[in-house]
Ligand binder design. Structure first.
Ligand SMILES: *Cc1c(COP(=O)(O)O)cnc(C)c1O
Length: 351
């Protein structure tokens, strides 16, 4: 008899706090002032699950969503009425058939992309490069090409250093501002999460937060306003007593300096809890420090402070993004987008 995978509970899960997600969006929407507040849900909603994030945020009033690719757009299926989705990487030739099968707008990044999409007669968003030098049409090309009369919905640009108090922010804002008369569109948009906190000059008509929705604190100003959304949890697979002097794990990088009660967890770097957490990570609010090296599928923790724990019990990996980022050197973005497919993703606190 084949195992019905849907009925099979994984030994690891992500508890995802819907109320925290919605509260983060509401705070960012308030900070966005007069501008509409959208949501970046690329990379499967930064690892949480894009479809569920879209559903929760649509209920809260969010109407503008952003994915990177047409595969991500397709995976979302049909969207609720009044919801708009933009595809940040524009259109390659290979994307045209799938792009035309859906009502979403590409964010066109280059003159060849503009040329390709114009044949469809459909509207589009336009990314212009104001100094990040990654994606976007160069300002010089805006001036020398005739964009008048094109069905441009939203003109956007992307800040490179919004998490710092950098002169680059000012120069990018001024460059976008300068395009408004030249490049007619329904809306203009510049700010990501950090950009929202640079103030009203940066808001234009639409903001595009990502990381702060999911619990990342992009700038000091957000401290105390952004709630943790993602809680990785794992089940204890085995309990053992480590005798003083015994090593544990690959390369024996930890040797017990006392008798130590140990629990082996069903989680590892293949799930996104990377080796950078070796000797640094912990579970249950610091109560259970990681021991030795993180393995592909397993992590050992010191449970001497609670020897009652048994096989089958669950613990919560400490995953406050700011704290985990400080400890490991991984960015909050990497901490979220690396969380793998073996987790059951379970939404709690639905609003
Ligand atoms: C990812 C992305 C965002 C969101 O950025 P955060 O730093 O996660 O808030 C906004 N705009 C564009 C173009 C992006 O690629």
């Amino acid at each position: 008899v084949a195992l019905a995978v849907a009925d099979y509970a994984s030994p690891l899960r992500l508890s995802l706090d819907a109320a925290a997600l919605v509260s983060n969006w509401r705070w960012l929407a308030k900070e966005s002032g007069e501008a509409s507040c959208g949501a970046a849900i690329k990379a499967d909603g930064y690892g949480l699950g894009a479809k569920a994030v879209l559903t929760h945020l649509t209920k809260a009033g969010c109407r503008d969503f952003f994915v990177a690719t047409w595969a991500e757009a397709k995976a979302l299926g049909d969207l609720p009425k009044g919801v708009s989705l933009s595809v940040l990487h524009g259109v390659r030739e290979e994307d045209m058939a799938v792009a035309l099968s859906m009502p979403h707008r590409p964010v066109l990044n280059s003159l060849p992309q503009v040329k390709r999409w114009l044949q469809t007669g459909r509207n589009f968003d336009l990314m212009i490069d104001t100094g990040m030098c990654r994606l976007g049409v160069n300002i010089a090309d805006i001036w020398s090409n005739k964009f008048e009369g094109m069905p441009i919905h939203t003109v956007m640009s992307h800040l490179a250093s919004a998490d710092e108090n950098s002169e680059q922010n000012v120069s990018q804002r001024v460059l976008l501002q300068g395009q408004i008369l030249k490049l007619k569109a329904q809306r203009y948009s510049l700010a990501n999460s950090a950009g929202i906190l640079l103030g009203p000059d940066y808001h234009f008509d639409l903001t595009r937060p990502g990381i702060a929705l999911y619990g990342g604190v992009p700038r000091e100003e957000a401290k105390g306003h952004i709630a943790q959304v993602v809680y990785p949890e794992a089940q204890i697979l085995q309990r053992r007593l480590l005798i003083k002097g015994q090593p544990i794990g690959y390369n024996a990088i930890h040797i017990a300096d006392r008798h130590t009660e140990v629990a082996i967890l069903n989680i590892g770097y293949a799930d996104g809890i990377l080796r950078a957490f070796s000797k640094k990570g912990s579970a249950n609010n610091g109560q259970f420090p990681f021991l030795g090296r993180v393995s592909m599928d397993l992590i050992a923790i010191d449970v001497s402070s609670n020897p009652e724990l048994e096989e089958g019990d669950w613990v919560t990996i400490d995953y406050n993004l700011s704290a985990a980022s400080c400890k490991t050197g991984l960015s909050p973005y990497e901490l979220l987008t690396g969380l793998g497919p073996r987790f059951d993703r379970v939404w709690i606190n639905a609003v």
